[in-house]
Write a protein that binds this ligand. Sequence first.
Ligand code: NAP
Length: 573
Amino acid sequence: MVLHRGPHGFGATGVFSPAEGTWETNEVTRPLRVAVIGSGFGGIVMAVKLKKAGILTFTVFERSDDLGGVWNENTYPGAEVDNFAHWYSFSFRTYDWSRTHPDQKEIKQYLIDTVDRFGVRGHFRFGTSVQRVAWDEVDKAYHVHLADGSTETFEFVVSAVGLFNSPRYPDWPGLDEFEGIKFHSARWEHQHDLAGKRVAVVGTGSTGVQIVEAIAPIVGHLTVFQREPGWLFSKGEHVYTAEERARLSRPLGYRRERFRYFYRENQKGWGGRNLQPGTSQNAKAQAACERYIARVFRDRPDLAKAVTPSFPYGGKRQVLSSGFYETLLLEHVTLVPSAVSRVTKRGIVDTDGIEHEVDVLVMATGFEAADYLQSIEVVGREGRSLRDTWNGEPEAFLGMSMPGFPNFSMLYGPNTNQGNVIFGLETAANYTVRNLKRMRRSGATTVDVRRSFFVNYNRWLQWRLSKSALATAKNYHKSASGRLVLPFPTNMGWYWVYCHALRLPATVMRRSRRNLDGRRRVATSARRPDPVSPLERRLSGSIGARLELPPPLDETAQITADSNHSSDPVDLG
Ligand code: NAP
């Protein structure tokens, strides 16, 4: 056992056990209770980072009976990550991956192992659904209402529910009358044996193509309904050899491999240029997809035409699959390049009026992703709900914070969907934990985002996104009005830069003198300023200016007295 300071330089002191890879930290200041909602990659990274920061008073609420989020819920045949494992994983957790693109079971096991290795399982509450979180201005805390009718209080709430938690069910006429088996891809009914059956898969997004490829060898006949094709790349997966596994699971090998993929991803189009029509990077990516189509369907021009999108590369999230096109060539597989017009007792009628009889109907129709955070009612200052504030148009500062919703942070929130999701989650979790540590050190009771930063940042986002290929096509990134509410416009490397550059100038912290129990707080440690890294300070000047945001304020000047509400103003200077 070795005594260390916190792993990020400042924060609580703690005891690190290298053998177990765990931190046992001591609370050095007042406890700060944190509720984390969701136990997927986001909830888990948050739990680990909180523990490393010495904030041990946190609870991770999970509505399911197990952890993993989408990797727990999506158990459909062929479910696997379409990104490289060493890149689609936590930077702080090396692992002995069996393949370049592990399947759902292996990823879930990775998450389970991570939770156990970092000793945070005790903080998880399974089968506990959060329904409402409401800010209490007097207590400077959120009341978290659970499905069983109970309420708990936390000073800070982190939503880690992600984008893909509510399956999108189609509203086809006649769907209820269908007499066969039907289910959504995210709620796969494993009790049904598909061997020899006539199966329809509706949807050719990332999920649909994986299912088609996986079930084609066993079904009797497969009908694939494609409403609109997307650009598709071959994944290039392989099973690692023993030598590769030994090399890549060592810390240095793991890091080198991560960096290789990071470089590859960014080099394809630094600043998101590969997703901007009219750029050479975009044309290059599209040409590669076209060559793939031409190669696979050289003898089937009808299929080549059917799978070729009419919008530029990047108009929908790219689909990665090494076997989908090849599967469409199989004799017992039929591609119906049209939408569903209605469902009958025996099958599906396409928009040409042709009925396709099937025994099983799989709806790989995606998720209500743009309806961000709809499953939970979040109520901020003056009783305003996030749902009403957004009115169907989710937005946030760096995808995390909303003015008027203090002490609330979202991971994988609005406009953060791009490239490596796990890297983005880690970046957002670090940002949130830095704010929490600052609160703890300074004795601040609320942390807010400045409205000017929120407004300017979103203005910049929408300006950048208006040039993106996503603006040219129909996709799940858009709200009902057509505003792009999910994607981040450039690489996640830039998201990292912005998070480091903008946290200090954009954040305003206030403190009240009342503790939750009503006693006056004697804040000695509160007067200690929180150290700011030189990088953060430099970036906050240069990027803030570039984005035409208000100039960064001095660190200490941001921790201001709370003059609006019931607490006494405190001068921290
Ligand atoms: P999706 O990309 O939204 O695709 C849904 C598909 O269903 C689309 O082809 C869509 O057609 C079609 N569809 C939707 N409603 C329909 C309707 N009423 N009638 C006919 N067709 C309909 O959803 P997804 O495939 O589940 O993927 C969602 C996201 O999850 C992905 O973009 C990716 O980010 C993530 N994902 C990741 C992995 C991974 O390996 N990491 C795997 C799976 C999913 P249109 O295109 O015409 O709308």
